[in-house]
Write a protein that binds this ligand. Structure first.
Ligand code: PMV
Length: 322
C-alpha cells in the first residue's frame, strides 16, 4: 500500500454551527455556512503499514496521545471498515499556519486526514462521502473538503459547496489576541449549552433563518447583508453560551476591544464585520477594496498579537503520493 498526502484549508463559519442533534453520530442541530481560507493549511500523510501494531499519529513531529489520538483512530476505523481491512496506519500531520497556536485546526486537520486516509486505503469515494467521514470526527471539518462558500445542513450527513470564492471575493482578517489554546472543547461547550442554557432552544430555532439570510446574501453578492447576518450569528451563538451554567465565555477584554474597533471602522465607511468561534480571537470579514485599510487599523491595536490576511481558499486536494 502506498503513502498518500493530502492538503486541506481551515474554514470560518459565517452561519455558526453550535449544538448536536445526535452526539453519537455527531449530527449538527443547526445548518452552518463557511468560507474556506487560503493560507491556513494542514497537510497530512497517511500510510497503512502492515507491520504496524497500532495507529501512530504525529502532529508537527510530536506524538499525539489521549483524546486527540482516539479521534484520529475513530476516523481511521471508519476508513478501515469501508475498505474491509485491519491494517494500522502511520499518520503525519503538519499545520502550515503562519503561527503555531491559537487557531482551531481541527477542521483542516480532519478534512486532510479523511482525504489522505481514504486514498491511502485504495478507496475511490465521492467527495460527499469523504466529507461525511470527516463530519463524524468534527462537523466543521466536513466543510473543509471544498473551497469557497460551503454549507452543512442541519442533521446533514455531508457538506455541500454553495458558491466559489470568485463569486464573491472577500477577505477574512484573523486577529489573534492570544496564542493560547482554548480551555473547553467545542464538544464539551455544546453539551453544556444544550443541557443548561435557557437560550439554547431560541438559538436552534432562529439559526436556520439566519443561515438562509446568509446563503441568499452570498448568492446576491450583498456584502452588507452578509456581514450583518454573520455578526448576528456569532453573537447569538455566544449569547446562548453565556446563559449556560456555569457560564461559557470564550471572549476576553481583548476580544471586545477588537470588536469595538471594527464597529468604529464600519462607522467610518469601511466594510468590516466580526465573527468569533470557541476562543478569544476575532475574525474580520472585509472586501478587497477595504482590506488594506482595515488590516492596517487592526495591526495598530495593542490587543492584536498577529493579524493573518486570508482570501477564500481552494478544495482540499491530494498533494501527491509520498
Ligand atoms: O466542528 P467543531 O466541533 O470543531 O465545532 C465548531 C464550532 C464553531 O467553530 C464554533 C462554529 C463553526 O461552525 O465552525
Amino acid at each position: 500500500m502506498k503513502a498518500v498526502q493530502a492538503t486541506a484549508h481551515a474554514n470560518i463559519a459565517l452561519a455558526k454551527y453550535w449544538g448536536k442533534a445526535n452526539a453519537t453520530n455527531n449530527l449538527p442541530a443547526v445548518p452552518s455556512l463557511s468560507l474556506t481560507l487560503e493560507g491556513l493549511r494542514t497537510t497530512t500523510r497517511v500510510f497503512f503499514d502492515s507491520s504496524a501494531r497500532c495507529d501512530e499519529v504525529y502532529l508537527d513531529a510530536a506524538p499525539v496521545e489521549g483524546r486527540p489520538l482516539e479521534r484520529v483512530v475513530a476516523l481511521l476505523d471508519q476508513v478501515r471498515a469501508l475498505a474491509q481491512m485491519q491494517t494500522r496506519a502511520v499518520v503525519e500531520s503538519r499545520n502550515e499556519f503562519p503561527t503555531a497556536a491559537g487557531l482551531a485546526s481541527s477542521a483542516s486537520g480532519f478534512a486532510a486526514l479523511a482525504l489522505a486516509a481514504t486514498h491511502a486505503a485504495g478507496l475511490h469515494l465521492p467527495r460527499s462521502t469523504i466529507s461525511s467521514i470527516a463530519r463524524r470526527a468534527s462537523a466543521s471539518a466536513a466543510r473543509s473538503l471544498w473551497g469557497g462558500y460551503v454549507a452543512l445542513p442541519a442533521l446533514g450527513d455531508c457538506a455541500e459547496p454553495i458558491a466559489a470564492t470568485e463569486h464573491l471575493p472577500l477577505y477574512m482578517l484573523v486577529v489573534l489576541t492570544t496564542r493560547r489554546q482554548k480551555k473547553i472543547s467545542s464538544t464539551e461547550g455544546m453539551a453544556l449549552t444544550a443541557s443548561t442554557s435557557p437560550y439554547y432552544r431560541a438559538w436552534t430555532e432562529s439559526a436556520p433563518l439566519v443561515f438562509e439570510e446568509i446563503r441568499c446574501a452570498i448568492l446576491d453578492r450583498d456584502v452588507e447583508r452578509l456581514g450583518a447576518a454573520a455578526e448576528h450569528s456569532a453573537l447569538a451563538m455566544h449569547a446562548s453560551m453565556l446563559a449556560a451554567r456555569p457560564a461559557l465565555r470564550y471572549f476576553s477584554p481583548a476580544t471586545l476591544s477588537v470588536i469595538d474597533r471594527v464597529y468604529e471602522l464600519r462607522s467610518s465607511g469601511l466594510a468590516s464585520f466580526v465573527t468569533m468561534d470557541a476562543g478569544p480571537n476575532v475574525k474580520v470579514l472585509t472586501t478587497p477594496e477595504h482590506a488594506n485599510q482595515v488590516e492596517q487599523a487592526l495591526r495598530e491595536l495593542p490587543e492584536a498579537v498577529e493579524v493573518i490576511r486570508c482570501s477564500g481558499g481552494p478544495d482540499a486536494y491530494i498533494a501527491g503520493d509520498a
